[in-house]
Design a protein around this ligand. Sequence first.
Ligand SMILES: [Zn+2]
Length: 430
Amino acid sequence: MKILLKNGSLKGEKNVDLLIENDKIIKIGPAKSITDVNAEVIDLSGLIILPGLVDLHTHLREPGREDAETIATGSAAAARGGFTAVHAMANTLPVADTAGVVEQVWNLGKNVGLVDVYPIGAVTVGLKGEKLAELSAMADSNARVRIFSDDGFCVSDPVLMRRALEYVKAFDGVIAQHAQDPRLTQNAQMNESELSGKLGLIGWPAIAEEAIVARDVLLTEHVKSKLHICHASTAGTVEILRWAKDKKVNVTAEVTPHHLFLNQTSCESYNANFKVNPPLRTNKDVEELRKALAQGIIDVVATDHAPHPIEDKEGEWQSAAFGMTGLETALSVVATAMIDTKLMNWADIARVMSERPAEIGQLADHGRPIAENEIANLCIVDPEMTWKVDAQDTHSLSTNNPFHEMTLKSKVVHTIFRGKLTMKNGQVKK
Ligand SMILES: [Zn+2]
């Protein structure tokens, strides 16, 4: 099986033809230089070729909450969004805290075959924050887990966090922290500010995140391990990360598309699709997060795709679940926030949505240079397309997309996963 991509712009830099056979890129040449009568030809004039996107933070909900998402529906949403690899968070039912559960997720992902699904292992048994899970058994399993996280919960006990950081050094693992001091955020509903007072919602202070980020940076430096900060959301977190990177602490961080694009004023609508953990912050925070991503202080974009069925999102703000879907809109939101504003170019997008996430996840076949003999994992983008998001038009089982009815610039049009078109012209194959 061969695919010939004609006249596409490689990361927005130069126009090329690219021939794929089986799972590999076998030839790259100047635009209009390659012909092959046996290949399926796709004209990429005006389109950008990026490496397949890699998500470090996806909630696929299976096993246990198949009413919200399954590995099959989440994989389809990922393929539609241009992803070729996703990391599945551990807060499933049962929790992914044993070799058995991570291998189950790994196998389900392989059977679906639309993206590579890499399970993240829980740090503590049952995400309870009491004792360490079987980290090395998960690392040694067929799923080869390298990232561990209690995401949804913070590993708030500093002794346990220290032990986890020490433990993963044996297999070069990384602890991904959901930085949220539980005592400072009891019953919290939205960013703590004048607005939270006005709306009568309990405030979630920025320092609840920053205090944990600062502590964990120091712990990581002390034990010489590897830390990843999930969904950085405040200007103060950026300052701490800047300091840590200056000191050469081994810390990486992610920001979500929604924290780069939306701010707390969305909560004025009391529409629970804007309720998320960590909460949407101020305009100033959004500005600092964008700058930090452009400067590499924040390493990557991760979606924190968090599907919820409608009954968990309707009704009162206070009782609604936290979380937003995001796989299908991620690239467009990031491009609108970062490219339309001239803060980044397409090569930068390739770095923060594919190359760096693949490095952090230690993935051999993703985020690689687009070159001959590399595995063909590609994401093809129309940079000029303007489109309006319709939350109902989704491959996810859930529709809690906060970008509903918003107009975004640029869209993923084709996805190639291991040499196969998993999505063509917006249509997922399978
Ligand atoms: Zn989280």
